[in-house]
Design a protein around this ligand. Structure first.
Ligand SMILES: [Fe+2]
Ligand SMILES: [Fe+2]
Length: 132
């Protein structure tokens, strides 16, 4: 596969992952507001943590492949977001915490700041490479 067609297929994979991330986040926030049991929330959160792990790896690989200029800062942000959400998940798993408003804040940060702005910059950069 040529490097441009690889970038193209990674981009569509990333868009799909973003949709899936948003849909799990929306469902987690809705279920927790409706008082769903903690087991169910824990399972959804586990799915989100696994998905984020794969998703950040996909984006990191794409940044390296496409010589994205803000790669270091963007990768550092992935690491920080993952560590924060994963550590809250580990606490919830051990029963030390219920789904807290802090977690909802991280979700909003992930959707409203990271995906909406930091990732958008990467996607637009790659699209420009595909259609100069
Ligand atoms: Fe992303
Ligand atoms: Fe990202």
């Amino acid at each position: 596969m040529s490097s441009l067609s690889r970038i193209k297929s990674e981009l569509s994979r990333i868009e799909e992952q973003h949709e899936k991330i948003s849909s799990i986040i929306n469902s987690l926030l809705r279920d927790s507001a409706e008082g769903a049991n903690i087991e169910d929330l824990r399972d959804q959160l586990k799915e989100l943590v696994n998905l984020l792990h794969n998703h950040f790896a996909t984006e990191n690989a794409l940044m390296a492949q496409s010589d994205f200029p803000n790669m270091t800062v963007h990768m550092r942000e992935h690491k920080r977001i993952f560590e924060e959400i994963n550590s809250l998940y580990q606490q919830i798993k051990r029963g030390e915490k219920a789904l807290s408003p802090i977690l909802a804040d991280y979700f909003r940060y992930l959707e409203d700041i990271h995906i909406a702005s930091v990732d958008k910059e990467l996607i637009e950069f790659c699209e420009k490479k595909l259609n100069p």
